[in-house]
Design a binder for this molecule. Structure first.
Ligand SMILES: [Fe+2]
Ligand SMILES: [Fe+2]
Length: 192
């Protein structure tokens, strides 16, 4: 292993930062494996729901696949709740951040906001506003997020549904994460 000499970034040289970027590239080659390992952290039973969050994620992706959604949407469906393990109250933002370099702004927006749209199905039972999603009513992707939640997410808690395994979706994730990055401002470090 090679290491730089400095302990403070301000003392680094261009050569050293090139080395850092090369090593970062190597590490990032395993990114998909790490993301999928993280998804598997949801494979625990925390009660209540009849299937756990991991099975729910697979089922959401399966429904997107059977609906002939594009690859980005299938991968977004698979990963949309990945933040539930460490960021339960804003888990959509966490999943969206992971996906951001690789998906369209539309899919990023859907994942970011899906929890607000999911609230349509339960907020009113808990004293909240099921129409919280209406603040996005004029947004061009409002209907797309309604569709995602209604057809893929809110209905994916069924223990009897023929859900596909993670291995089925792995090539989709590799394809989407291996494609051209769409948010170039995040791309500088990865490509230098
Ligand atoms: Fe969610
Ligand atoms: Fe979900």
């Amino acid at each position: 292993m090679k290491y730089v000499d400095w302990t403070r970034m301000e003392d680094g040289t261009a050569k050293e930062f090139e080395l850092i970027m090369q090593l970062e590239k190597k590490i990032n080659a395993d990114l998909v494996d790490r993301v999928l390992d993280h998804l598997k952290l949801l494979d625990v039973d925390w009660g209540g729901y009849r299937i756990n969050r991991y099975q729910h994620s697979l089922q959401t992706a399966t429904r997107a696949y059977r609906d002939e959604a594009d690859d980005e949407t299938i991968v977004a469906a698979l990963l949309h709740d990945i933040g539930d393990s460490v960021s339960p109250y804003n888990h959509g933002e966490l999943a969206a951040a992971i996906l951001k370099p690789y998906v369209s702004e539309r899919v990023h927006w859907i994942v970011t906001n899906h929890a607000t749209f999911q609230g349509y199905y339960y907020n009113h039972h808990l004293g909240g506003d099921r129409f919280a999603r209406d603040r996005f009513k004029e947004h061009p992707w409002y209907e797309d997020c309604v569709y995602f939640c209604h057809h893929y997410d809110q209905n994916s808690f069924d223990p009897d549904y023929a859900t596909k395994p993670l291995e089925f979706f792995e090539p989709y994730v590799r394809r989407v994460f291996g494609g051209k990055m769409k948010h170039l401002e995040l791309n500088l470090a990865a490509e230098s």
